[in-house]
Write a protein that binds this ligand. Sequence first.
Ligand SMILES: Nc1nc2c(ncn2[C@@H]2O[C@H](COP(=O)(O)OP(=O)(O)OP(=O)(O)O)[C@@H](O)[C@H]2O)c(=O)[nH]1
Ligand SMILES: [Mg+2]
Length: 553
Amino acid sequence: MSRHRGEASSSRLQIRLESLNTARELAEGRVDEHQLGAVYGVLDRASSRRSLSSAHTVVGIFGPTGSGKSSLLNALTGTDLARVAARRPTTAEPLAVIWDEDGSSDLLDWLQVSNRHVMPDGAPLLPVPGNGSRRAKRDDGDEGGLILLDLPDFDSTALGHRVIVERLAGQVDVLLWVTDPQKYADASLHREFLEPLATHEAVILVALNQSDRLSENDLAQVTRSLKQILAGEGHGSAVVHAVSAVNGTGLRSLAEEVRAIVRRKEAATGRLSADVDVAVDSLREFTGPELPPPSKAARTALADRLADATGADAVIDAVVRSYRRDAHAVTGWPVTRWLGNLRADPLRRLNLRRGDVQEFVGRTSLPEPGPAQRASVDRALRTFGEELSAGAVEPWRTAIRDAARSPEPELLERLDEAVARTDFSSGSRAWWWPVAGVLQWLFLAAMVVGIGWLAVLAGLGFLQFPVPESPRVEGIPVPTLLAVGGVVAGIAVGILCAALARLGARRRGKRVRRRLVASITETAEAVAVGPAAAEIERYNSFVQAVGRAAARR
Ligand SMILES: Nc1nc2c(ncn2[C@@H]2O[C@H](COP(=O)(O)OP(=O)(O)OP(=O)(O)O)[C@@H](O)[C@H]2O)c(=O)[nH]1
Ligand SMILES: [Mg+2]
């Protein structure tokens, strides 16, 4: 039964640790390195502790100097292994007392404890005086091994002591805090030792030693006061064992609690689980609600803004004017058509006429990106990044914004490529252009014939030859009809075609703008949207990983 529970909590811890590790990986390069310190520490300790004996429970005795840690160890073991003295501080090196030696040595190596004493087989914790150390019965094997550590004082002036106990406070499975009537309320001890371990309540035991030095009344009062202080720092359910290492008071119940913990074999897991809680808490400030991926609207708006920034309007304008110029060259009134050809092709001026640019090779002759253009590209990207990162907490917010903006210098280059890549349908003609063109030549021919005819008639009259009667249509002489009709029809068709060309040009302008935006969208997806979306996904995965690491069950 207890084994099952132990296995369940151990695999639960496994999942939590894996999630914590995932969160760490995702946070790397985003969250400040030293803010990940707690996480690194926990992962490191957990992988070490879990690779070592799970049959042993390590109980460390912590407390201020002179509280009676060594005396308590002696009393609990029924030995005088630990040096006890009136001169302080006495204990400078950790001492391990070991029940069930098998498999404990690697664990002790990891704990860096070299003073080791192995209890004889079957020796009880807290032997009853007079009965010898072999009296109390212990079930074999199943009881679980115990390593009891006597440690240097926690409030030592000797720096070395402090280093040892702080390290071991992070490594042991159970922390037994031993205090005394003088120091039980010492604020700095509480602040430095007990407060940071608020999440570790399940693996902390508290003993008020030297209870023999207090009257019954005083003891009750001191115990109450200590409980109050503990409750104030998150140890509300801690049991305070009032004990005396000298006369044995309270040792039985303390030993019984230790035995129960050892038997359950869950302390190591429980301690690491509490450590994970602390690590998760240190990551919480970097989490928030998950973010949606970049919306279609945001992406379109970005492409639109970028199109504006690249001078798309100038290109579209050139497309429109080039179309009208081409149409005019074919369908305009031939008499004045040559005037139109005097103007340069606006598209060719931008190097955008088909054949002018080769994909990925040529640069267009759009104006070189100046500060204004750079600024509008920057603004477009910033707006995009800000929209995406709204709702994220730092440092993710900045990371998402940076991901959207990182390619900026390259982006201008690639936007220009996108423009160059776009098909402007330059050179392609509408079906009606040649029709109108043929008509124009016919009208011109009619005009030339009519004028020629009239000129011949006028010449004959001038030379006093008889002028032959011209054939008439509806009373109008044919040469006049041809000359005037040719001119009028030619101009009229020219005007009509110009109007049609304006409509066609506008349609082509719109189509080209769509293509241009599509082409820019492709570029924007590759250089801005993609990286930003990846960063959002990373953030979301981080939030999820922290959530999984936080789940105790
Ligand atoms: N009256 C009384 N004296 C005690 C008790 N426990 C320890 N002492 C005395 O307190 C003094 C310090 O005991 P230690 O066991 O050396 O204390 P410690 O916590 O190990 O001290 P350091 O090793 O210096 O950290 C000794 O003189 C002990 O005899 C107790 O329960 N009652
Ligand atoms: Mg000592």
